[in-house]
Design a protein. Structure first.
Length: 110
């Protein structure tokens, strides 16, 4: 690798694993998703649909609040308050798509 290639690779953002969780706590898919998040060095978790119920569990404590985003409409539909456990953007899906489109990002859906 020449010096220019090395400089380009050094300036890239770190790989990010984006997880979209739509399954409720205690489902096999939710457990598998949380196991993969625990192994990730740079995870962002998006909660939508029944996935917002995971905010009621202690399983998300491994991620900091600024790495968890929850869909406002799904929280409201289920009567759940995110409190200080997640960011609740007004443009949840737009933000998720924007995050997925960046280079060095991987998306896992559950």
């Amino acid at each position: 690798m020449d010096q220019n290639e090395q400089l380009v690779s050094d300036t890239k953002e770190p790989e990010v694993d984006i997880f979209l969780l739509t399954k409720p706590p205690h489902s096999d898919r939710a457990r598998f998703c949380l196991q993969l998040i625990a192994q990730s060095e740079n995870a962002i978790l998006y909660l939508a649909g029944d996935g917002v119920y995971n905010l009621l569990e202690n399983a998300l404590e491994a991620l900091s609040q600024d790495r968890i985003l929850a869909c406002k409409e799904d929280l409201e539909a289920r009567g759940i308050q995110a409190e200080d456990k997640a960011i609740v953007p007004s443009d949840f899906y737009e933000q998720m798509v924007g995050d997925v489109m960046y280079e060095r990002r991987r998306l896992y859906t559950f």
